[in-house]
Ligand binder design. Structure first.
Ligand code: ARG
Length: 403
């Protein structure tokens, strides 16, 4: 039964996308295939699958993409040091291209003419879907029913009643949220007043400073080529590593971010993020870089990080520019191996130690004590930097690349 009227919808199981199944069916006289993706938000996925089928989807896939999300999207962004406007670890923005990619995969399997998502017309996420699809499958249409139908929450509930759509209504949230294992985004409601301190109920993962333990906790994170691979002396697989750091950092109230953000659609908005694991890992990775990158590498990489963050934010993951930037990042990361020691306490995380076999830091050169081997005369003419007996310079001369 090869219908050429199929639509593949990204389905969360919530109100908007449940209504969208029926609405798209009717509006486009199409068959609906749903895709529910596990990126680490704790929704009930099996329940979503049966609800989708009950509402009328002809196929309802549920896929766990947590591992792919971490290794193919989160790690490259971490290695790049990508923080949008210096603060936002891009959890939502990194998830969108991956979701788009799998919607497109199923659309191609099914011969669908369109993919669809539940984003509204005001945010960045709609653009990320559009742009990803334009890059990967320019012939597919991208439908955004919530952008077209103009229904508010009450009207959606009315529509669902009229259409006999089974719903599991969460009590209406005061905020608009999105979450995955790399972070939680919270906006709207009372947060729209930038002067207003975010109420505790905006935060779901992280302890308040008041409730965080009095006792500090130390952790050690081991990196290999800019990617975290171990915790407290033991190797840990990516997903478990992110989850464990998430739990530790959440308990200590780490990773709350309050930001006035420049959206790509041209407005400023007040965004609250909870990103406990991302906050700890970004800090640790950067601190290890300070041990192993030359000054020039570190300076240039900083500029590159903001370029990378803008690109991810703007939905340009599937672009030649990202591939080029990744090549640069990969080259810098070959030295970023070692261990970082951090202290977690009452909402803060601080680096208290770092070590690496590949460090350019040399105690004999840095020390003010006896044993100093730094040639103090070299300060007389810093034009002579190539003569400095540092391993940094050995690399410049092309000898030290593998150190
Ligand atoms: N401002 C963030 C971004 O554009 C988060 C958007 C999340 N969406 C939401 N419904 N809260 O990446």
């Amino acid at each position: 039964m090869a219908s050429n009227k199929k639509i593949v919808l990204a389905y969360s199981g919530g109100l908007d996308t449940s209504v969208a199944i029926r609405w798209l069916q009717k509006q486009y006289d199409a068959e609906i295939v749903t895709l529910t993706i596990d990126l680490g938000a704790n929704a009930d996925l099996e329940e979503s699958r049966s609800r989708a089928l009950e509402i009328g989807a002809i196929r309802a896939d549920v896929v766990d993409l947590r591992e792919e999300f971490i290794t193919e999207y989160v790690w490259p962004a971490l290695q790049a040091g990508a923080l949008y406007e210096g603060v936002y670890p891009l959890a939502t923005a990194l998830g969108r291209p991956l979701i788009a990619k799998h919607l497109i995969r199923i659309a191609q399997e099914e011969g669908a003419f369109a993919i669809a998502h539940g984003c509204t017309g005001k945010g960045n996420d709609q653009v990320r879907f559009d742009v990803s699809a334009a890059a990967l499958a320019p012939d597919l249409k991208v439908l955004a029913p919530a952008r077209e139908w103009g229904m508010g929450r009450d009207e959606e509930i009315e529509y669902a009643k009229r259409e006999d759509i089974p719903l599991k209504l969460a009590s209406p949230s005061a905020y608009s949220t999105d979450e995955n294992l790399w972070g939680r985004s919270v906006e709207a409601g009372s947060l729209e007043d930038p002067w207003f301190e975010p109420p505790e109920d905006a935060y779901v993962w992280t302890s308040s400073i008041k409730n965080a333990p009095e006792q500090q906790e130390y952790i050690e994170i081991e990196f290999d080529k800019g990617v975290p691979i171990g915790l407290n002396g033991k190797p840990v697989a990516p997903l478990l590593l992110v989850q464990t750091i998430h739990d530790l950092a959440s308990r200590h109230g780490i990773g709350r971010i309050d930001h006035i953000e420049n959206r790509l659609v041209g407005i400023k908005s007040r965004e609250i993020y909870e990103a406990p694991a991302a906050t700890v890992l970004n800090l640790a990775q950067k601190s290890l870089e300070s041990m192993v990158l030359t000054k020039d590498q570190a300076r240039f990489k900083e500029r590159m990080a903001s370029e990378y963050a803008d690109l991810v934010y703007n939905g340009l993951w599937f672009s030649a520019h990202r591939i080029d930037l990744d090549a640069y990042v990969r080259s810098t990361q070959q030295f970023v191996s070692g261990t970082v020691r951090l202290r977690l306490l009452k909402g803060s995380v601080d680096v208290v130690g770092r070590k690496s076999e590949l460090a350019l830091y040399q105690h004999e050169l840095a020390t003010y004590d006896t044993g100093d081997t730094f040639d103090h005369k070299s300060s007389e003419g810093f034009i002579n930097i190539y003569g400095l007996p540092t391993r940094t310079q050995a690399r410049i001369q092309g000898k030290g690349i593998e150190r």
